[in-house]
Design a protein around this ligand. Structure first.
Ligand SMILES: *[C@@H]1O[C@H](CO)[C@@H](O)[C@H](O)[C@H]1NC(C)=O
Ligand SMILES: *[C@@H]1O[C@H](CO)[C@@H](O)[C@H](O)[C@H]1NC(C)=O
Ligand SMILES: *[C@@H]1O[C@H](CO)[C@@H](O)[C@H](O)[C@H]1NC(C)=O
Ligand SMILES: *[C@@H]1O[C@H](CO)[C@@H](O)[C@H](O)[C@H]1NC(C)=O
Ligand SMILES: *[C@@H]1O[C@H](CO)[C@@H](O)[C@H](O)[C@H]1NC(C)=O
Ligand SMILES: *[C@@H]1O[C@H](CO)[C@@H](O)[C@H](O)[C@H]1NC(C)=O
Ligand SMILES: *[C@@H]1O[C@H](CO)[C@@H](O)[C@H](O)[C@H]1NC(C)=O
Ligand SMILES: *[C@@H]1O[C@H](CO)[C@@H](O)[C@H](O)[C@H]1NC(C)=O
Ligand SMILES: *[C@@H]1O[C@H](CO)[C@@H](O)[C@H](O)[C@H]1NC(C)=O
Ligand SMILES: *[C@@H]1O[C@H](CO)[C@@H](O)[C@H](O)[C@H]1NC(C)=O
Ligand SMILES: *[C@@H]1O[C@H](CO)[C@@H](O)[C@H](O)[C@H]1NC(C)=O
Ligand SMILES: *[C@@H]1O[C@H](CO)[C@@H](O)[C@H](O)[C@H]1NC(C)=O
Length: 662
């Protein structure tokens, strides 16, 4: 499809002229020797000659190429991936990639393409990914399709395309991802999408197109992996068009603040004739919400109602019996019972994150969810002074609970008495109070593996909380203050002897007692960064053969060599941001450091603070001469010999004088 006017040709020649005038003065960054280079944003006007012919990956985005022709990339015969984002390319001439037979990905984002030669993509033997986002395309007919037989991904977002119709010359059967987001597609006829039948498992993105008409049943017998029609105003039209089609995931949501029709009780009616597993309705609103609204959704496996301004789910006699996952994030429920769990009794995963009202947990609201495994109630302003026996009663299959970023939770004895199989409990950034629990609040959670108590203000009650957690592997105590500033006794962690990961950063710790962790024989990862520690005490850890120790951001000046000598094998330490001394009193650290650089994390930030002339120097580059130099040894030997000789002479003289009188 040549725009054969002489004006275009003239402009093309001008483009080529400009190309010759700018010198190649800046060098590209080598990411992998001879294979991968980035020349991003270097104001280059041609491919630098210095690039080796073996280059496979080239990021040439944000430069000035104006046009692509036969010789542009001819030297780079091994090219596999080529990024030409925003290079002001207007012309892609015939055979532009002739000698790039291995090329698999071409990215042309943000180039206003006026001309693409008929054989522009003829060189590559199996071009898989072509990104033509924001290239000013008005029709698919402008893309020469005959050489795209291996294409898997075609991205055409932000253009002015009006029809989905693929030209008959489009031969590929491998297409997996076809993206038309933000185009001008308003009408879709059965004829337009006929060719889609030969693809299986296709992801089709029609997000942000103002679709007003689809022939009913146009997509019949087409099988999608995912179909994204986010932002399309008229849901009934879309569902009618999709009758008889299959999609694993269907995205019918919209955008924040978009002005689309709300979902009325009949809107979703036709979904019964579409095969869908996962449905997204993000940012839609509901009108006259009733149990009729959701009665069409009985075959869904997952339903995403994020940001739909819901304050209740209406109760009716219809149950969504196959639903496994329900997402109710960012809504405005007041009471947990308002989500009406009996409507979806089979869910295993329930998300009520970021609720905009203070959520009241009530009592027994979730009782009917006998299969619930995963419960996310984070960031929902929850305050509960007797959590969570009644609230989570009968939830015997619960494994993961996320109640982070809430207001305040008071736990009494065995707070999760019904959920003995809990594995993962996240209480970060929620004020936790256990003072009224006579026994350990989590004492029955014998299978708990991960407990996040970061910034939860538990401080002194920690010992109480850890009671009975014999399977615990990961414990996060970041941002809690321990009264005395020390991890006092070995008794503290006595019950959690299987711990592998322990995070104690930002805890205002002043010292770690040698016996503190002696019981924790499986410890592999310890983070005590951002404290006020003045010593590095490796004796506190049982296994130093394979451990990660983060002591960064403390107040350590000197580390004796014997504290380091036992660190071996795969061990890693991070000592960055400590006021380390680079003087002869710290030779133990300085010599060990140079011999064990493979065990150091963050050596760029591990610098001297003393003495002043060396302040800021990386520890690795410090050369100290401590002890006695050869010159000093000779001098001292000389002095000693002289002293001995003089003494000897004096004694002889003394004796001579004494015996002269005789
Ligand atoms: C890179 O290419 C040069 C010249 O072809 C060759 O001498 C060198 O060994 C190559 N380096 C690697 C790491 O392949
Ligand atoms: C492409 O490669 C062939 C053979 O290697 C060579 O003859 C031809 O000149 C090359 N084309 C360009 C434009 O460099
Ligand atoms: C379908 O496509 C999706 C995403 O492209 C992929 O994750 C999935 O494995 C594919 N399924 C089959 C059966 O090929
Ligand atoms: C499903 O399609 C059949 C015929 O194709 C039609 O009679 C029926 O009303 C449709 N159901 C819905 C819910 O649209
Ligand atoms: C919504 O309900 C009101 C009265 O309850 C009714 O007048 C109106 O027609 C309903 N709207 C729709 C779209 O069903
Ligand atoms: C819990 O939720 C918070 C915020 O919603 C998130 O950052 C965190 O990763 C979640 N925790 C787990 C264990 O998934
Ligand atoms: C847990 O505690 C609640 C409230 O005290 C009680 O009703 C329930 O029977 C207890 N469940 C188990 C399994 O002990
Ligand atoms: C904690 O226990 C004390 C004494 O038993 C009682 O006065 C107080 O109200 C309890 N606090 C809460 C929040 O239950
Ligand atoms: C709590 O810690 C766990 C494990 O380290 C982590 O997966 C989770 O994201 C943390 N939660 C928050 C809110 O940061
Ligand atoms: C290092 O290991 C030896 C022998 O295993 C032990 O005697 C010594 O106390 C250890 N030093 C430290 C600081 O742990
Ligand atoms: C060393 O630890 C500090 C504090 O946790 C962290 O900020 C830094 O990124 C770490 N260094 C590296 C290289 O991971
Ligand atoms: C220490 O010696 C090395 C090489 O012997 C040198 O590169 C480095 O600059 C020296 N460091 C200082 C601080 O003089």
């Amino acid at each position: 499809m040549a725009f054969g006017t002489s004006w275009w040709v003239l402009m093309g020649l001008l483009g080529v002229c400009c190309e010759a005038t700018k010198p190649v003065d800046t060098m590209c960054t080598e990411l992998i020797t001879n294979r991968s280079y980035s020349c991003e944003g270097l104001e280059l006007t041609k491919i630098p000659d210095q690039l080796p012919s073996m280059t496979e990956v080239l990021d040439f985005s944000f430069n000035f190429l104006y046009s692509l022709h036969l010789s542009t990339f001819s030297k780079l015969k091994e090219l596999v991936f080529l990024d030409l984002t925003r290079c002001q390319i207007n012309w892609v001439y015939e055979d532009a990639f002739e000698n790039n037979s291995h090329l698999e990905s071409i990215i042309l984002i943000g180039n206003h393409l006026l001309f693409i030669g008929d054989t522009a993509f003829a060189g590559p033997l199996s071009l898989k990914h072509l990104d033509l986002t924001q290239t000013g395309l008005t029709s698919l007919r402008l893309i020469p399709m005959q050489d795209l037989g291996s294409l898997e991904t075609l991205i055409l977002g932000n253009n002015h395309i009006q029809s989905l119709k693929l030209p008959p010359s489009f031969k590929t059967r491998n297409l997996k991802y076809l993206d038309f987001h933000m185009n001008n597609i308003q009408k879709i006829s059965a004829n337009d999408v006929m060719l889609f039948k030969k693809f299986s498992n296709l992801t089709l993105i029609l997000k942000g197109n103002d679709i007003v008409h689809i022939d009913p049943g146009a997509f019949r017998s087409i099988s999608f992996y995912s179909l994204d029609v986010t932002g399309c105003a008229n849901i009934p039209v879309i569902l009618k068009g999709l009758e008889g089609s299959q999609s694993v995931a269907l995205k019918l949501g919209t955008f924040l603040d978009s002005d689309v029709l709300p979902i009325s009780p009949t809107t979703l009616q036709s979904i019964g004739n579409v095969s869908v597993d996962h449905l997204t309705l993000q940012y839609r609103n509901f009108l006259n919400l009733s149990c009729e609204t959701f009665k069409w959704l009985i075959k869904l496996k997952t339903l995403d109602l994020t940001h739909t301004s819901l304050s209740e789910i209406p109760l009716g006699h219809h149950r969504i019996d196959m639903l496994k996952e329900l997402n109710l994030n960012n809504n405005k429920f007041v009471h947990l019972c308002d989500i009406r769990p009996s409507v979806f009794p089979t869910v295993t995963h329930l998300y009520i994150r970021g609720n905009s009202k203070e959520l009241d947990l009530g009592a027994g609201c979730l009782e009917s969810l006998s299969n619930l495994q995963y419960l996310d109630l984070s960031n929902s302003q929850i305050e509960d002074l007797d959590c969570c026996r009644k609230q989570f009663s009968a939830l015997s299959t619960l494994q993961h609970v996320n109640m982070s970023y809430n207001k305040k939770l008071l736990f009494h004895s065995t707070a999760f008495n019904s959920s003995a199989h809990l594995q993962d409990l996240d209480l970060a950034f929620t004020h936790i109070d256990t003072t009224n629990a006579s026994e350990g609040p989590f004492g029955n959670l014998r299978f708990l593996q991960t407990l996040n108590l970061s910034f939860s203000q538990i401080g002194p009650n920690i010992q109480h909380i850890l009671q009975g957690l014999e399977s615990l592997r990961v414990l996060n105590l970041k941002g809690n203050n321990f009264e005395s500033g020390t991890i006092l006794t070995e008794h503290l962690f006595q019950q959690v002897y299987n711990l592998e990961v322990l995070i104690l950063s930002h805890c205002k710790l002043l010292a770690i007692e040698t016996k503190a962790f002696s019981i924790l024989r499986k410890l592999q990862h310890v983070d005590v960064s951002h404290n006020d520690l003045i010593t590095f005490n490796s004796g506190a850890f049982f296994n130093l053969r394979n451990i990660y120790l983060n002591f960064a951001n403390n107040r350590i000046h000197i580390i004796p060599r014997d504290m380091l000598a036992n660190l071996s094998g795969q061990s890693i330490i991070n000592l960055s941001y400590n006021p380390l001394e680079c003087t002869c009193s710290n030779t133990g650290l300085l010599t060990w450091y140079k011999q064990n650089i493979d065990k150091i994390e963050g050596f760029e930030e591990t610098v001297c603070s003393e003495p002043k002339p060396l302040a800021g120097t990386k520890l690795l580059f410090v050369n100290l001469s401590c002890g006695y130099s050869t010159a000093k040894v000779i001098l001292i030997t000389f002095v000693v010999i002289t002293v001995i000789a003089v003494t000897f002479i004096l004694i002889i003289r003394f004796l001579q004088r004494k015996y002269q009188h005789i």
